[in-house]
Design a protein around this ligand. Structure first.
Ligand code: GLP
Length: 252
């Protein structure tokens, strides 16, 4: 289902509200979280919403989608640092209940296996939050990743390293590898929300809308899911056909 709003603020408010509804309904929910600039206003609204409604977050468990290999938790561009800055510290989430792939592990394959298993052991993700890369990646699952994949180590594509270079002082500092939840792990979430904002994402949104389920476009895996919502602002939706909005998409 596509849900389209005029502004980034409305997109973020709606997404944060849906997350809060989940947690209010199930305080022990397991959330799959994402990083990136798209999520910053979402987390801002989430923090405000938790404070206003006094939602108890103490039983919540979270698993992040991905992490760079070789950036420790104190590196300002690690996703661990991002999550503490934008969400975990602000909501005082307990350290034992928040999880990110360990990009510093000396036993990466073992760590990846354990990550997917830890999610399954808790009954799976209740809600997975996703952003999208300009090449259609979700998490760090680059084009042509198997839809049957579990948490794994990936070599980042040149496009992704260029896109994410804006956060680093030097392009050469952008890690070459990352750990990411696999597409199968993502598809096993009970509910998925893919949030996409900005004119720079309009091309990939149009491509996704018209695409079939195709491993060349990782986000198209969501078309197999029974409860996936793609939340867009008007800029990201600019190249979509002007009909059928806020309804089940028929293309793809
Ligand atoms: C990174 C992350 C993705 C995220 C994407 C888009 O590559 N691994 O999970 O969806 O960036 O980020 P942004 O929201 O900054 O465009």
């Amino acid at each position: 289902m596509y849900k389209i709003f005029e502004t980034v603020d409305e997109v973020s408010r709606y997404t944060a509200r849906r997350i809060l509804n989940r947690v209010e309904h199930k305080p022990g929910a397991v959330l799959g979280l994402a990083t990136g600039s798209t999520m910053e206003p979402v987390y801002e609204h989430l923090v405000q919403g938790v404070r206003q409604a006094q939602v108890n977050m103490s039983q919540l468990t979270t698993f992040n989608l991905d992490e760079y290999i070789g950036l420790g938790a104190t590196h300002t561009q690690s996703y661990s640092h991002y999550m503490r800055r934008h969400l975990f510290d602000r909501l005082s989430l307990s350290e034992e209940k928040v999880h990110l792939p360990d990009g510093m592990s000396n036993h990466a394959e073992q760590a990846c296996r354990a990550y997917s298993q830890a999610i399954s052991a808790l009954g799976g993700l209740d809600l997975q939050l996703l952003g999208i890369g300009s090449n259609g990646h979700i998490g760090f699952n680059e084009p042509h990743t198997s839809f049957a994949s579990r948490t794994h180590v990936v070599e980042l594509s040149e496009q992704t390293r260029i896109d994410n270079g804006r956060f680093f002082t030097d392009q050469a500092e952008v890690p070459t590898h990352a750990m990411t939840l696999g597409i199968q792990d993502i598809l096993e979430a009970k509910e998925i929300m893919l949030v996409i904002t900005g004119r720079h994402k309009a091309d990939i949104v149009a491509k996704l809308f018209h695409s079939g389920v195709d491993e060349a476009l990782p986000a198209s895996a969501l078309k197999r899911h029974h409860d996936a919502t793609i939340v867009l602002d008007s800029e990201a939706a600019a190249l979509l056909p002007h009909q059928g909005f806020n309804a089940k998409a028929t293309a793809g």
